[in-house]
Design a protein around this ligand. Structure first.
Ligand SMILES: Nc1ncnc2c1ncn2[C@@H]1O[C@H](COP(=O)(O)OP(=O)(O)OP(=O)(O)O)[C@@H](O)[C@H]1O
Ligand SMILES: [Mg+2]
Length: 526
């Protein structure tokens, strides 16, 4: 039987509680009076430290930026985790801008994801915290900081830092590349500010190495070269070279130089910056433009022989003061039309200036840069451009050979392994007659019926054979396409010649117009 004698009464309990509370309050007010604040804070900290339950977990806090630059780990985690979303997630943020191919999915505040790597469990949590200074993140202009918390057992700290996070970064890069929308930047003049800047559009050029008709060995060499370039970051650093590579593409019009640039961009997932030198009049503009090109990009200068001319070649005047000056400097000088007419000379762009800038300052302030020059006339190029070490690879884009023809026939007409009665005849003709891939493609566009398309190609090849135009350049070839083309091109040529008479000193723009007119004939038939 329980005795009630040993149980304290309610009044005793209340009295004890009241006296303890009074003692504590007395103690606290004495501590406040006699102990200085730093000592009190330290005592509180020590109390909490010794009596807090020990956690075996470690949490890494990954903020979206360090205040100035973006945090690469944060960005990688966002992408990586979007592929790890499981059924336990209740809220997600989704978004798609007009330029994006797919919907982006991101975690909402406080959502967690459990990941595992080499048998280790890792917990990710996305959080939004108000910035202590109330200003938030200046980089993203947000009032709060976005961060990920990555929690795991303390013993795995080294593995997470040295293996798991690099793995997340690498995987995220691959994922981003797959969905990346390539951009094509072209020059845009802002008249009010007399300035010129890059404007971007989505690069949707369908050319790839699979659709490009060129000799297989050359194609493989280019692809290998590109692969080697992108994976040799450390090598470039070690040997003290800027991580850039230059290609000179030369060959007749319609042999696929521009298509090759697009194929390179699609292959590497690099943006393209199309630098139309004709629109740039000042060296200072050029420098600003070059400095604002991004990493992982291809800078293209098309038709370099038309864009940058030697003045003595252009106007045939050896005594011209500018020509003398540029010769002395070993430079090719291009001036805009008004300079020639008015002789003001202040808007001057030099090829050597461009090349030095590309070789020097520009190339050292970015990574993974490719520069491509294209030309129809390699022999007209300034020796400064061809100097060893300037352009790493000279690629000759040539007329259509049997391999190129078969590839086009397969892509356009679905003729695989040359299984068509007319293929052998065409291949024989191709041995002696030069025809560009663009012209072959044009014939193949005429009909979906392989018989009709191949017959049209044979007709064109035979017409070329009759005219003895097997080895003339592409501009002349256009005249042989068909009667409409003949009439149209004659008309355009007459127009050109009339205009050219008045502008004998501006050889560059004249060459450009001729090229464009032949392009127009091609387009009108498609
Ligand atoms: N090698 C090729 N493989 C597949 N298609 C090609 C090839 N070359 C040209 N073409 C076709 O011809 C069109 C024009 O080619 P592209 O503009 O690449 O020639 P280009 O060499 O740059 O000519 P230009 O010297 O006039 O700039 C392309 O859009 C493509 O359809
Ligand atoms: Mg081109």
């Amino acid at each position: 039987m329980l005795s009630t004698e040993n149980i304290p009464s309610a009044s005793t309990l209340f009295a004890t509680y009241a006296s303890m509370t009074a003692s504590l309050m007395l103690f606290r007010s004495m501590a406040n009076d006699f102990l200085p604040e730093p000592v009190r804070n330290y005592a509180c900290f020590a109390f909490r430290y010794f009596f807090k339950p020990r956690s075996k977990e470690l949490t890494l806090v990954i903020e979206d930026s360090n205040g100035i630059a973006r945090n690469q780990i944060f960005e990688a985690a966002e992408v990586y985790l979007s592929a790890k979303i499981g059924p336990s997630i209740e809220r997600l943020k989704i978004c798609k801008t007009p330029n994006e191919k797919v919907i982006t999915i991101r975690l909402e505040k406080n959502e967690q994801i459990i990941d595992s790597f080499r048998g280790v469990q890792l917990r990710w949590r996305f959080a939004l915290v108000e910035a202590a200074d109330g200003k938030g993140n200046s980089h993203s202009m947000r009032p709060e900081k976005r961060l990920f918390e990555l929690t795991f057992h303390q013993t795995h700290k080294d593995m997470v830092l040295n293996s798991y996070l690099p793995h997340v970064i690498e995987l995220a890069k691959d994922m981003k590349d797959k969905t990346r929308v390539l951009k094509m930047y072209t020059l845009h003049r802002v008249p009010d500010y007399d300035a010129i800047r890059w404007d971007s559009v989505k690069l949707e050029h369908p050319a790839t190495f699979d659709t490009l008709a060129m000799e297989p060995d050359l194609k493989a060499t280019i692809m290998e070269d590109l692969d080697r370039f992108v994976r040799r970051k450390e090598f470039y650093k070690r040997v003290g070279r800027a991580w850039k590579r230059g290609y000179l593409l030369y060959g007749p019009p319609g042999t696929g130089k521009s298509s090759l640039v697009a194929a390179m961009a699609n292959y590497l997932k690099f943006d393209v910056f199309d630098l139309q030198l004709g629109n740039v009049t000042r060296d200072s503009d050029l420098r600003t433009l070059l400095l604002s090109t991004g990493n992982r990009s291809i800078l293209v200068i098309e038709d370099i022989d038309c864009s940058v001319d030697l003045p003595d070649r252009r106007n045939g005047n050896e005594n011209n003061a500018d020509a003398q000056q540029s010769k002395a400097a070993g430079a090719a000088v291009r001036k805009n039309k008004t300079d020639f007419a008015g002789g003001k000379g202040q808007h001057m762009l030099t090829l050597s200036g461009l090349l030095n800038f590309i070789d020097g300052l520009w190339s050292s302030c970015g990574d993974e840069r490719i520069i491509v020059f294209t030309t129809n006339h390699k022999e007209r190029l300034d020796p400064a451009l061809l100097r060893p070490g300037r352009m790493d690879m000279h690629i000759h884009m040539s007329y259509c050979g049997p391999y190129g023809f078969r590839l086009l026939a397969a892509n356009y007409l679905g003729i695989t392994d040359g299984e068509h009665k007319l293929v052998a005849e065409i291949e024989t003709l191709l041995k002696t007659i030069s025809i560009t891939p663009a012209q072959v493609a044009e014939q193949f566009m005429k009909s979906e019926d392989a018989d009709v398309a191949l017959a049209a190609l044979i007709k064109l090849l035979k017409a070329k054979e009759r005219n003895g135009s097997g080895d003339v350049d592409g501009d002349e070839d256009e005249i042989n396409l068909d009667e409409v083309a003949i009439l149209e091109s004659k008309k355009l040529k007459t127009e050109d010649q009339t205009q050219d008479k008045g502008k004998e000193t501006a050889a560059g723009p004249i060459r450009r117009r001729r090229k464009r007119s032949s392009g127009r004939i091609r387009k009108s038939k498609n």
